[in-house]
Write a protein that binds this ligand. Structure first.
Ligand code: ZN
Length: 322
């Protein structure tokens, strides 16, 4: 009995001796690094771009691999990542409200929707054909639409703010961060200018045969729209009257195109197009950056490229007149 006890004790001591140097190495490593955790891809990409060429800044993405922000369930390791991060950047809407409760007391919490000057919109429902179940159950009047990254103007304000926070937390990298942010924001300004010039005459409603997470993009440039479903509702079963309503709007619209998100309901799109009697419209997709996989990110997907592609889609739409 005594022998067994001594054996166990010495085994435990061995483990302890092995573990101690490992632990001390780890804590040293992590204390040297500034870890920045972002909840969604666009924000992760902004921070990656602003911190390129810096040392000891690690940027992590929380909601990965096409997971849905709106129904995201954090795992224990996700909670640990939030707790261990020095800076946590999140939207601050209904879907990621829980993030703020998990941030360490010593960390900097950046709630994007609270930054001065950021535009905020409610979930679109005025120009929506179908009323979802959610819509009946909840009063959406005060519910903020969470897709604030789809405003290039918001992206510029957010990058400026994030640059300020990062420079304060990492003085040795402040110069590089400021330079990268300046050049990144000037690229965003280019996209904003292209959109402003292009949308100046947009007066005919654009038919959106899908959910509508683009209220920020469309509001920034006063593009009128008529969408099948509000925000990012999961209730996307269109009844016949919704299809007919959208088809009628398409017939009235100047444009010979129907827009969708990056993951459209193809059956709905083709029904809307076939019910329109005056034209044979083409379907074009705008990317809301909510379905990107880890592979897409590894392959170099970027906010700038996606918003540039979205700009090209709108340009194609405006040119596709009767
Ligand atoms: Zn969404």
């Amino acid at each position: 009995m005594k022998k067994t006890f001594v054996k166990i004790l010495s085994f435990c001591l061995c483990l302890l001796m092995l573990a101690t140097p490992l632990c001390s190495c780890r804590s040293k490593d992590s204390s040297d690094k500034l870890t920045v955790l972002c909840t969604v891809f666009p924000v992760y990409d902004w921070v990656k771009s602003i911190t390129q060429d810096t040392e000891n800044i690690e940027v992590e993405l929380l909601v990965q691999n096409g997971a849905d922000l709106h129904s995201f369930q954090p795992s224990f390791s996700d909670m640990a990542s939030i707790k261990n991060s020095d800076i946590v950047i999140y939207v601050g809407g209904e879907s990621d409200k829980w993030v703020s409760d998990s941030i360490s007391e010593n960390a900097v919490a950046v709630e994007l929707s609270s930054i001065d000057g950021m535009s905020k919109h409610g979930i679109s429902k005025e120009s929506v054909a179908s009323e979802s179940e959610d819509h009946h159950e909840h009063d959406h009047d005060n519910t903020m639409d969470e897709h604030i990254w789809l405003s290039v103007k918001n992206a510029m304000i957010a990058c400026e703010y994030i640059c300020h926070v990062l420079s304060e937390k990492s003085e040795i990298n402040a110069e590089k961060i400021s330079q990268s942010a300046k050049s990144y924001i000037s690229t965003l300004e280019g996209i904003d200018k292209a959109l402003t010039d292009m949308c100046v005459d947009a007066s005919s409603p654009v038919v959106f045969a899908d959910r509508f997470p683009f209220v920020y993009l469309f509001s920034d440039y006063n593009i009128p729209y008529y969408a099948a479903f509000e925000g990012c509702t999961t209730d996307t079963n269109a009844d016949f009257s919704t299809i007919i309503e959208l088809a009628e709007k398409l017939d009235e619209s100047e444009y010979n195109c129907v827009l969708t998100t990056e993951s459209p309901n193809d059956a709905l799109v083709s029904k809307v197009i076939s019910q329109a009697t005056k034209k044979n419209a083409e379907a074009l997709a705008l990317n809301s950056m909510q379905s990107l996989t880890s592979q897409d990110i590894e392959d170099g997907a970027s906010y700038i490229d996606i918003m540039t592609a979205n700009t090209a889609v709108l340009q194609k739409l405006f040119k596709a007149k009767d």
